[in-house]
Design a binder for this molecule. Structure first.
Ligand code: CAA
Length: 440
């Protein structure tokens, strides 16, 4: 059977930078270490005034198509995942296709276009749709373009303001992929939750503390469901676990949960329990709170053991490097985490072909999804072609006043004349409501 997966990845970051410990924390009266150590964030990417989800997505897709030598005829579907959509009728993929048609010969009239919404998990769902379309043999030899694009902004003064970000990840899903092959091993944890909502409003209403509990509860369900398909997974059999990363501190909690889950009732757990002098209480739990309470003592000790710290340093830390510099990209976030791990491996000369990844996606509202991937032979060449380091280095460093002005512009109900901080070169730019995005 043909292998299907991610053949190419391109990343586009918002072109402004908000320095959290040095610019944001002092004005908020916070200890900078709350950001760098507690949340694990150093910088957030912000969109310049001419950037939005369409321009960032189109710029990432354009670069991907140019690098891979693709024309519109090679693409049979364009799926955009976003929770920052501005049009309740036309999908964002039509706007992006319109941009790309200004640059590439031919058009996308033959391509199926859609928009996926389920908070941050929608990027992974779009990959699934593309996978199923190809596996069903409906693709007629064509590949799918999946674009996860978001401006993850919160109202000023909301605790979430510390975890903002903006950017797009474009991925080509095809047969015989170069980066990772997707497997059919997959598990879900899904429930109707109201911790994070955006009903016809620009910035979300969030119960931040509850959202963290919901993330962990759904992720645990997804792990259980995944095991019902794939069987028990030994933590050392997985090379990296890229989790959805709203901020690295959240992943510290998810990783601990995942490790405990994978090692429960095993020799590893027996050895660790003996070392710690604490047993995780084993019984049936009717709620996340009961589960959390029962294992709290054991988990507190577990995270400081050499065995766990070594596993975390190998399996999780490499997934967090980009997030700490870019912030939360919502739908793109878990795909940044995967890229971050592969990039670290490429930089340190680690061989990855044939290695297994477990990808933990999550969207508020709420759904977690876990699936396995296998790294393919062409991964290194693809990852080395990324320009994210140059893009990060080029970001304009905002003062707090400038940050507030830009933030107001992206809160669409205010019309404010603000200068552009960066110069677009050969890029798509937002030209105003009701007008086509232009290339500059
Ligand atoms: N030095 C070191 N660490 C410090 C510190 C200091 N001086 N001050 C605080 N910290 C630590 C805290 O102990 C805490 O760590 P632990 O959770 O491990 O204890 C961490 O820094 C954060 O501090 P607070 O809990 O006090 O932070 P907060 O209450 O101001 O905000 C938040 C945290 C509620 C998550 C907020 O950022 C938020 O609302 N974010 C948006 C919602 C979100 O991202 N939720 C995540 C799950 S939902 C999801 O994943 C979907 C999505 O993309 C949004």
């Amino acid at each position: 059977m043909t292998s299907v997966g991610i053949d190419a990845i391109e990343i586009w970051t918002g072109k402004l930078r908000l320095d959290l410990p040095n610019t944001f924390a002092p004005v908020k009266g916070d200890d900078p270490e709350k950001y760098t150590k507690g949340l694990g964030l150093h910088n957030s990417s912000m969109p310049d005034v001419y950037e939005d989800i369409v321009t960032m997505g189109a710029n990432a897709a354009k670069r991907l198509m140019e690098r891979k030598g693709l024309s519109p005829q090679d693409i049979g579907r364009i799926d955009v995942a976003t929770e920052s959509a501005f049009d309740n009728s036309k999908p964002v993929s039509t706007y992006i296709a319109g941009c790309l048609e200004q640059v590439f010969e031919g058009d996308f009239h033959h391509a199926n276009k859609g928009e996926r919404k389920f908070a941050c998990v929608a990027g992974t769902q779009s990959i699934d749709d593309a996978y199923n379309w190809i596996k069903a043999g409906r693709n007629r030899g064509r590949a799918a373009l999946v674009i996860a694009t978001d401006t993850a902004l919160y109202a000023r003064g909301d605790p979430g303001e510390a975890t903002q970000g903006a950017g797009a990840v474009a991925m080509l899903i095809s047969e015989d992929p170069s980066v990772v092959e997707l497997s059919t091993e997959q598990g879900y944890g899904s429930a109707d939750e109201t911790d994070f909502l955006k009903p016809n409003q620009q910035f979300p209403s969030v119960d931040g503390k509850r959202s963290m509990k919901v993330y962990l509860a759904r992720m645990r369900e997804a792990l259980e469901d995944y095991e019902s398909v794939a069987g028990r997974t030994h933590p050392d059999d997985i090379t990296y676990i890229p989790f959805h990363t709203p901020f690295p501190g959240m992943v510290r909690k998810a990783a601990l949960l995942g490790y405990r889950h994978m090692t429960r009732d095993t020799e590893i757990e027996e050895e660790l329990a003996a070392e710690l002098g604490r047993q995780p209480r084993e019984e049936d739990f009717d709620s996340w709170d009961a589960y959390e309470e029962a294992i709290r003592g054991y988990m507190d000790g577990l995270k400081d053991t050499d065995r766990y710290r070594d596993w975390y340093a190998r399996t999780i830390e490499p997934t967090l490097t980009l997030s700490g510099q870019l912030g939360n990209w919502y739908t793109g976030s878990v795909h940044l985490a995967r890229t971050s791990a592969l990039k670290t491996a490429a930089e340190t000369g680690k061989g990855l072909t044939g290695e297994k990844l477990l990808v933990g996606s999550y969207g508020s509202g709420a759904q977690a999804e876990i699936h396995a991937e296998t790294v393919q032979e062409g991964w290194k060449e693809e990852i080395e072609a990324l320009t994210i380091d140059e893009q990060m280095a080029r970001r304009y460093d905002l003062s707090f006043d400038e940050y507030e002005q830009v933030h107001d512009v992206h809160n669409h109900d205010k019309e404010i004349d603000v200068e552009e901080f960066t110069q677009p070169v050969g890029e798509f730019v937002f030209a105003g409501w009701g007008r086509m995005n232009e290339r500059k």
